[in-house]
Design a protein around this ligand. Structure first.
Ligand code: UD1
Ligand code: CA
Length: 457
């Protein structure tokens, strides 16, 4: 779009979101594990690049923190006096950036589909609109701003709290979606006319529409039917409604791309997750964050995965929990495996039921099949870790490392008190408490000897 150089985008995200009843600002409320604002940026970034500004205010530091790794232009609205005031607060910076138009989007409308946005921009620019905005027609206009038309032409947007049938006519079902394209030169003189003389005591961005009509400017209300993706989120019920819609869309897209998803209605896949065609998921399961699942990997039901990388051919059995884990080719984990951040399973390794790994590497072909904790451990290749083995990595103050070299065999119910190293090919007798390094090719037994005494009758 040639207009790319001249359109800036402004996200309104300073509001409190009182109706969410949460300590987090509304735009940080999550859908499928990602904050609302993330979705808005995903839609805007490819079109506007660096030309995106965000008005923040309520708990602004939390928003800055959430996007600290990104170069975002934040503008502070110290008092949240309404959407019109948010626009006034940002306006000079936008004007100074040299843009000819500003796309304004409410930060609580995260599902805006990009094609719809592109068509909207085209339509407004082609119609030389001074103000363009998206409208929806709903069975119930609810708390949305009502679009008043005279003989088909937009006359004004009247907020729900201010709508008076005796003044404005029969209540319309057409509402304002909260996405606007503003011509900078046309809107600049209108901004100072905004007042807070209304039933909310707020400065409304929507009053600009009535002013523009009075000035005989070109105002276009772009009819977007009843597209549920354009509905703003104001309370928990609306949040989960949008999340359900998003979930179904994402799962359908992955199915279409060749991922096999059994019981798809119970599968939740976050927006940043990547799945290769040929991966197999069994619902119910959840995959979030920056996870990747390669072709041929199979994830069984009741599994929760975040920020994890699953290589080709691996199998995750039911009820496993993976967070920040790397699972190599042809590995098997679970049922009931727990892989915490820094857990790395190398090719062909196995962890079985009730095995927990944290910041540990399990070498190629190695196995820890039952009831084990591996924390801060480095395990070589073809090691067998017996049932109930524990790396005692924490002395109450510091964490220490356990090293288990290639081909070692750790007998069941062993405690390895770190820092400690089990040498190559060595064997540890069951029930041992190992506190000293074991050399290569040794047998270590560290437990009291069995005594068989005569039974007293
Ligand atoms: C707004 C519109 C309404 C429209 C609806 C669509 C106004 C006055 N009304 O109502 O016509 O139908 O969106 O979803 O605009 N914000 C700020 N600073 C403020 C106040 C709000 O940045 O001082 C931000 C909020 O964080 C939010 C957005 O503006 O992301 C919209 O505010 P909200 O209070 O949700 O407006 P609605 O009542 O939904
Ligand atoms: Ca809203």
């Amino acid at each position: 779009m040639s207009a790319r150089e001249t359109i800036g985008a402004l996200v309104l995200a300073a509001g409190k979101g009182t109706r969410m009843h949460s300590d987090k600002p509304k735009v940080l409320q999550e859908l499928l594990g990602a904050p609302m604002l993330r979705y808005v940026y995903t839609a805007l970034d490819p079109l506007f690049g660096e030309g995106i500004w965000t008005v923040i205010g309520h708990k602004s530091e939390m928003i800055e923190q959430a996007f600290a790794d990104e170069d975002r232009n934040f503008i502070l609205q110290t008092e949240q006096l309404g959407t019109g005031h948010a626009l006034q607060t940002a306006w000079n910076e936008l004007v100074e950036s040299g843009v000819s138009h500003v796309l304004v989007i409410n930060g609580d409308t995260p599902l805006l589909p990009q094609p719809r946005l592109i068509n909207f921009l085209k339509e407004c620019l082609a119609g030389h609109a001074d103000i363009g905005f998206m409208t929806l027609t709903l069975p119930q206009p609810g708390s949305f701003g009502r679009v008043v038309r005279h003989l088909g032409d937009v006359a004004a947007i009247i907020e729900a709290k201010d709508y008076d049938e005796s003044l404005h006519g029969p209540e319309p079902r057409e509402i304002n979606a909260g996405i606007y394209l503003l011509d900078v030169a046309s809107v600049t003189p209108l901004l100072e006319r905004l007042t807070n003389e209304n039933n909310s005591g707020e400065y409304y961005i929507t009053d600009l529409v009535g002013f523009a009509v009075e000035e005989q400017m070109s105002v276009i209300g772009v009819d977007c039917g009843n597209d549920p993706h354009l509905l703003g989120i104001n309370n928990p019920a609306e949040l989960v409604r949008s999340e359900s819609l998003l979930r179904a869309n994402l799962v359908m897209e992955w199915l279409e791309q060749g991922v096999t998803i059994h019981a798809p209605e119970y599968v939740r896949v976050g927006p940043m997750v990547t799945l290769e065609p040929g991966a197999v998921l069994h619902g119910p399961c959840e995959i979030y964050g920056n996870s990747h699942v390669a072709r041929g990997a199979e994830i069984y039901s009741n599994t929760w995965i975040k920020d994890s990388n699953l290589a080709e051919g691996c199998v995750i059995h039911p009820f496993s929990h993976l967070d920040g884990a790397t699972v190599g080719k042809d590995c098997v984990a679970g049922p009931y495996a727990r892989l915490r951040p820094g857990a790395v399973m190398k090719q062909g390794s196995k962890v079985g039921n009730f095995v927990e790994m944290k910041k540990s590497v399990l070498g190629e072909g190695s196995k820890a099949n039952h009831f084990t904790y591996l924390g801060d451990a480095e395990v070589g290749t073809d090691v067998n870790i017996g049932a109930g083995t524990i790396t005692c990595n924490y002395d109450g103050v510091n964490k220490h490392k356990t090293t288990i070299e290639d081909n070692a065999f750790i007998g069941s119910n062993t405690s390895l008190v770190a820092p400690v190293c089990v040498g190559k090919n060595s064997l540890v007798g069951a029930g041992s408490v190992i506190t000293k390094n074991i050399p290569e090719n040794a047998v270590a037994v560290a437990r009291s000897k069995q005594k068989n005494l005569p039974k007293k009758c």
